[in-house]
Design a protein around this ligand. Structure first.
Ligand SMILES: [Zn+2]
Length: 258
């Protein structure tokens, strides 16, 4: 089984003591590559450093909506500079993590929308796929993506929407990122949606250290768990785990141009 973890935060301090051994363990289990996503200007250097240090890691940089209060207009300009400097570098695989979050209270929606669109424009300018965080904001995200029509498309990370929303993203050529969330027994809506998703639009992720799967409740999540997550998701989707691994890996490689 060969897998790609399309969404991690392996730069977080909770991995400082064992990052290298954990990546070796994940690789031994078939997880060949992982994407580490920057979420605010202050962590981009760290994310980029990790991607350069380790052949298995790739970087994406972005301004996450949950950290709206920390972002400054000059951080968007800094992002533009980073993208200019790294244009064409094989270790920069996408723009992200960014998007819209209507779940967290007190995050100004107009400010989020402006930041979202500024980064979509950067993705178009630098011809990069986008890795999107979308919580309780699918309608606004879909309407915005229809206006931007990004050539490289992207991933709706930790997709937890309805089948109708999934279909809109698929029409736009997007992939749906699936991880630990659907493995929980209480994720009833996702259990109904998953078997209806075309494998050609699914990629896998852990969102490490978050989103622990039901098999490891409350534990630090890591790419080491991706094969078991794949196994559990395949069960929910009524497909062969080897087939889910094969197609999702092929999808990730096509998206990132690997
Ligand atoms: Zn994330």
């Amino acid at each position: 089984m060969r897998l790609v973890d399309t969404h991690t935060h392996l730069d977080f301090p909770s991995f400082d003591s064992d990052r290298a051994s954990l990546l070796a363990h994940a690789q031994a289990r078939g997880v060949e590559r992982a994407v580490v996503l920057g979420v605010y200007q202050a962590n981009w250097q760290r994310v980029w450093g990790l991607a350069l240090e380790d052949a298995r890691l790739y970087a994406a940089l972005g301004l996450h909506p949950v950290y709206l209060a920390d972002h400054r207009p000059e951080h968007l300009r800094a992002l533009h500079h980073w993208l200019e400097r790294l244009a064409g570098h094989p270790k920069l695989c996408a723009l992200g993590e960014f998007g819209l979050d209507y779940y967290v209270k007190d995050l100004d929606r107009d400010a989020q929308q402006a930041l979202f669109e500024a980064q979509l424009a950067l993705a178009a300018e630098f011809d990069l796929p986008v890795l999107l965080h979308v919580r309780h904001a699918h309608a606004a995200t879909i309407a915005t993506l229809k206006r931007y029509k990004l050539a490289r498309r992207g991933i709706i990370h930790a997709f937890a929407g309805s089948y109708e929303e999934a279909r809109e993203y698929i029409k736009l050529g997007f992939y749906l990122g699936l991880g630990g969330a659907p493995t929980w027994p209480q994720a009833l809506r996702l259990h109904k949606v998953l078997p209806r998703l075309p494998l050609e639009h699914v990629v896998l992720e852990t969102d490490s250290p978050d989103m622990a799967p039901a098999m490891y409740p409350g534990m630090r999540n890591s790419p080491v768990h991706l094969p078991e997550i794949c196994q559990a998701l395949a069960g929910l989707m009524a497909v062969d785990p080897a087939e889910l691994a094969r197609v999702s890996t092929q999808n990730a490689e096509a998206l990132f141009g690997w």
